[in-house]
Write a protein that binds this ligand. Structure first.
Ligand code: ADP
Ligand code: MG
Length: 729
């Protein structure tokens, strides 16, 4: 039997690192080389047009359509100087990844020839034939129109020969069919609500921006080995494979020396990412063998989301060049860590104040406490929804399982902040304030150092941890669009801040002093949101019990978690903050359930094929070899002694027979269960059936296959093994 596995291993061994030339320019010179940034806008646009565009970007003013032609002209001129011949509206539909349809700049010139043209109309809005993007029934197929509309706040960029224009994607009737449209609305909501709260403390604040710094984990696998694993190719993860004897027990990969081929890949990736304006900063080995991480410097949230999407597609391209495959699946291998994204999130004012950082004055510190507590209020009130925002069929393997982070959302604050909140809550209100001589109003609260970063010891088990001047949401999936989590977080925080200022204003209207009113509400909220605060070990069983008692959302079935989007509290939140309407939420949930089902369905099919076409034939082949050997032994030594001497082989023959029987029955049951589930009309019920009946059946089959891998001769085994996938590079 020709063995693809050995061929692949041999090829993989031969590979050497590609040489990546270090650019002659310094990063500050090639950073953003392919981005139409402000300096280029200034250079390529008439002054008045430039000013109007900057006003749109900075102040959210309405785009004056009359400038669109001039902007398009300038963009085209710049793009052509870089050899671009095409343009595309680049958007983020409800699938994973991004979508683009390239058009050449050419138009008829009316005289039988061609001219290169790019009008403002084409820049601002397009109607991609988008009937096959998921829409959850918002658009019937006969009304298949969807519009993509330019997002001027994220600069256009060039990839190879194409000018890419970041856009939102909405239906003919205005419903969002993508991630960017609701993200922008959520950013607006947080801006409005936070600015109002800021003005209690600082009158000059006009805007509040949201920051996002993501950390991206991923696996790199040799491409030849990847191609020898149909499960990796078709589902992004290994559906079978016994543990490698050595994996991550020794902790020798984490922060270790980066292997040479990987180093070359990273260097190449970083140069290209920097050229696209992605401010890459950190790279290192992660915990599992073959696992790595990349993190840029944080940016404005919308831009950061675009950059993460762009980076993920760039990674795939660059990996291929280096004969690697990048795995963004949250759990490509059993038994070693999975991959996630950490979303570092914070707010800052247009005057440069980081709202989740302590300051020097009493005023700063009260503001700090308000933003910490109101963020906790948001996370507490919508903890189930926040979890739903990061749930997916693939991330389910991390969140549902005993892996970082747990499937219950809670927030780690660290000792200092915990003590501080407790003090504010418990202290006699009169005592919190005292008027002292020179310093004026003094708040009797423990000192808050400006730099908390080193003090908030790193509780890795917390899904939503305070880390000094920001919160770090660690439950986001490695292949997810960060926007999903950010939409919920921003909207929930906007709502909490709005409720906060309503209550403060009501007290002030009754004649209470502003600071005193703020303290009153904060004390109330510290009590209310207490159940979300947990500094202990998030993996422990006692926490699961405790969390249930506290009323936190403990659901771990992914399709059921999606229900949280349709809770009345959630709908009210999204509608009142003007982010999404009920029908949009309903439609998006249909998409989520359908996607969940399809993912498990594909896995189940691949599992069945591999079991029947790879595993059973190989195992049976080995079994026949053994049987022949036993027969030979009997021929030589006679029945009794021959069998005695063949005891071990006979045992394996039996084991293979038993296991292959179980596998075969398992596959049959799997097929039947799928047939049953496929008859279910409701997308929700179907997804639940796939979760409850089909996924566990796959696990049971896998168990038998992994045991067979241990007994069948290595020589015959056709699928690259874990040790090969994880260690050869
Ligand atoms: P780690 O959690 O691995 O120690 P780092 O401290 O390097 O990571 O930071 C992770 C990410 O957090 C980076 O993208 C960094 O730019 C970002 N970050 C730092 N400060 C903030 C902040 N105030 N708001 C949002 N992101 C931030
Ligand atoms: Mg981190």
């Amino acid at each position: 039997m020709a063995n693809l596995r050995f061929g692949a291993v041999e090829e993989a061994f031969k590979k050497r690192p590609l040489e990546v030339k270090t650019p002659t320019e310094r990063p500050e010179q090639f950073y953003g080389k392919y981005v139409f940034n402000r300096a280029r806008m200034y250079k390529y646009l008439p002054v008045d047009v430039y000013q109007k565009l900057i006003d749109v970007i900075d102040n959210g003013s309405r785009l004056d359509r009359s400038i669109a032609d001039a902007v398009a002209q300038g963009m085209k001129k710049w793009a052509e100087e870089h050899g671009a011949t095409h343009y595309t509206h680049w958007f983020q539909p409800l699938t994973e990844g991004t979508a683009e349809k390239h058009d050449a700049f050419v138009e008829h010139d009316g005289k039988g020839g061609m001219i290169e043209e790019f009008s403002g109309k084409l820049l601002v809005q397009q109607e991609p034939d988008a009937s096959s993007f998921p829409n959850g029934g918002i658009r019937n197929t006969f009304e298949a129109r969807g519009y993509s509309a330019w997002d001027p706040t994220s600069p256009v960029f060039i990839i190879e020969d194409t000018l890419c224009i970041p856009t939102i994607f909405i239906s003919y009737t205005g419903e969002a069919l993508d991630y960017k449209a609701p993200l922008l609305k959520s950013l607006h909501a947080v801006n409005v609500a936070a600015t109002k709260v800021c003005q209690y403390f600082y009158q000059d604040v006009k805007q509040v921006h949201t920051n996002l710094g993501w950390e991206q984990e991923y696996f790199l696998i040799d491409e030849d080995l990847y191609f020898a694993r149909p499960d990796l190719m078709l589902t992004g993860r290994t559906l079978m494979g016994h543990d490698s004897a050595k994996n991550q027990q020794m902790d020798d990969h984490y922060f270790g020396t980066i292997p040479e081929r990987v180093q070359a890949f990273m260097k190449d990736l970083e140069i290209q990412a920097l050229e696209l304006g992605i401010p890459c900063k950190t790279r290192h080995n992660e915990v599992a063998p073959g696992q790595f991480e990349l993190a840029p410097i944080f940016e404005e949230c919308n831009l950061a989301v675009d950059h993460n999407m762009l980076l993920m597609s760039l990674m795939k391209k660059v990996a291929h060049k280096h004969s690697f495959r990048v795995l963004l699946h949250e759990k490509p291998f059993d038994g070693v860590n999975g991959s996630g994204k950490h979303n570092n999130w914070s707010l800052n004012t247009d005057t440069g104040i980081l709202l989740h950082a302590a300051g020097k004055t009493l005023n700063d510190n009260l503001r700090f406490v308000v933003f910490i507590v109101e963020t906790l209020m948001a996370v507490y009130k919508h903890n189930g929804l926040l979890k739903a925002s990061v749930m997916s069929a693939t991330n389910d393997h991390r969140l549902g399982a005993n892996e970082a982070p747990p499937a219950i959302i809670s927030s780690f604050l660290g000792k200092q902040i915990s003590d501080l909140l407790e003090h504010i809550e418990k202290a006699d209100k009169e005592n919190i304030f005292s008027l002292t001589g020179k310093t004026g109003l003094q708040m009797d609260i423990p000192e808050i150092p400006e730099l908390l970063i080193d003090n908030t010891d790193r509780n890795r088990t917390s899904p939503f941890a305070f880390t000094g001047n920001r919160f770090e949401f660690r439950a986001v999936g490695s292949e997810a669009n960060c926007a999903s989590a950010m939409i919920v977080l921003n909207t929930a925080v906007a709502e909490a801040l709005e409720r906060f200022s309503e209550r403060v204003d009501a007290l002030v209207a009754k004649g209470e002093d502003l600071t005193s009113a703020i303290i009153d509400i904060i004390r109330e909220d510290i009590k209310t949101c207490k159940p979300i605060h947990f500094d202990g070990n998030g993996y422990s069983d006692s926490w699961k019990e405790e969390a249930k008692k506290r009323g936190l959302d403990c659901e771990s079935s992914c399709p059921k978690c999606f229900d949280r989007y349709l809770d009345e509290d959630s709908i009210k939140m999204f509608e009142s903050m003007n982010v999404m309407k009920r029908n949009e939420l309903e439609a998006r949930n249909e998409v989520k359930w359908e996607t969940y089902t399809k993912k498990i369905q594909i896995e189940a099919r691949v599992m069945g094929d591999l079991a029947m076409n790879h595993i059973i034939p190989v195992a049976t082949h080995y079994q026949s070899q053994l049987a022949k050997n036993v027969q030979n032994m009997v021929n030589i030594f006679g029945d009794v002694e021959g069998k005695q001497l063949s005891e071990r082989n006979i045992k394996i023959i039996r084991e293979i027979a038993e296991r292959t029987n179980i596998i075969e029955t398992g596959v049959e049951e799997l097929v039947n269960a799928r047939k049953q589930a496929n008859k279910i009309e409701s997308q929700r019920e179907k997804a639940i059936a796939y979760h409850d009946t089909i996924a566990p059946k796959m696990e049971a089959i896998r168990y038998q296959i992994d045991k067979l891998e241990l007994v069948v001769s290595d020589e015959l085994w056709t699928l690259p093994k874990y040790r090969e996938l994880l260690f050869i590079r």
